[in-house]
Ligand binder design. Structure first.
Ligand SMILES: Cc1cc2nc3c(=O)[nH]c(=O)nc-3n(C[C@H](O)[C@H](O)[C@H](O)COP(=O)(O)O)c2cc1C
Length: 255
């Protein structure tokens, strides 16, 4: 029951991918609140990389959390919006940093929504104590009387996700910042995981820029809704986490 929504989510993502690799059910729409003073809510597609430390292989995970991860550019608007809001929030409240993820899965005719608190990690934010590197994890692990494994760190996690990006995706973190003035096409320079010292200066510079701008977004899931449209009249199930006890409960409501 505890992990039921996670196994359900992973099953649903597997069922909705295909062998051609063209379907990507892990691409979801992320809604966040804008920075104060901005009129509109923000919504965009992101590529969820799975759960902290394990991706979509939660069985092999010794860090059992409700934390989903994706990458974003430090210079992006969402990085700014999220980090401003997290400065006024903590993992147990106040919660100015809320999100909702939503995805429509056409193969199985299901919609999934996930909501909770959202956090942005960079080594700089952690250094300045503007990212709750311990509190965010302990609120998950203490329930199972587990500790943060000694070999694990947020910086290791950033590296793990970086390694899982394609060389071209890694390179995109050195591109002109989203929404800056268009100044012509930029070259695609695939970037390695690490520098060997034999790369030419252009590749080495690009690599340094990309690694510096590579940040992690952490979605602390506190609620999940599965809507099955097939068979009619449909089925809607909500999972919610009690913020006091950390226990998950499940309820079927009208579709
Ligand atoms: C299929 C797809 C996947 C995307 N994945 C990500 C992602 O994982 N992280 C990200 O920051 N932007 C991703 N983007 C780009 C965002 O949708 C968005 O355009 C960009 O991040 C700027 O958003 P912002 O102004 O809200 O920061 C993706 C776009 C598409 C179409």
């Amino acid at each position: 029951m505890e992990n039921d929504w996670k196994t359900k989510l992973i099953k649903l993502l597997k069922e909705n991918s295909d062998s051609s690799g063209l379907l990507h059910p892990e691409y979801m729409q992320l809604a966040t609140l804008p920075s104060e003073g901005d009129k509109y809510p923000r919504n965009r597609t992101v590529a969820i990389r799975g759960f902290l430390n394990s991706g979509w292989e939660i069985d092999k995970n010794d860090l059992d959390t409700d934390l989903l991860v994706f990458s974003t550019d430090v210079e992006s608007q969402k990085a700014k919006d999220i980090s401003l809001r997290q400065a006024k929030s903590t993992p147990t409240g106040p919660m100015h940093n809320t999100f909702e993820l939503c995805s429509w899965l056409p193969k199985t005719m299901q919609q999934v929504r996930l909501w909770g608190q959202i956090w942005f990690y960079t080594p700089d934010l952690a250094e300045k104590n503007e990212f709750p590197r311990e509190d965010l994890l302990t609120s998950h692990l203490s329930r199972h009387k587990k500790r943060i494994p000694q070999e694990w760190s947020w910086e290791e996690e950033r590296r793990r996700i970086w390694e899982h990006h394609s060389p071209t995706m890694r390179s995109s973190f050195a591109n002109p910042v989203t929404y800056s003035n268009y100044q012509g096409e930029v070259p695609v320079v695939p970037l390695p995981v690490t520098l060997t010292g034999k790369e030419d200066a252009m590749v080495a510079n690009r690599w340094e820029t990309a690694w510096k701008r590579f940040g992690l977004v952490i979605c602390d899931v506190q609620g999940v809704e599965f809507l099955d449209l097939n068979p009619p009249p449909g089925k809607r199930v909500i999972y919610e986490k009690s913020l006091e006890s950390g226990e998950w409960s499940q309820e079927r409501v009208s579709a």
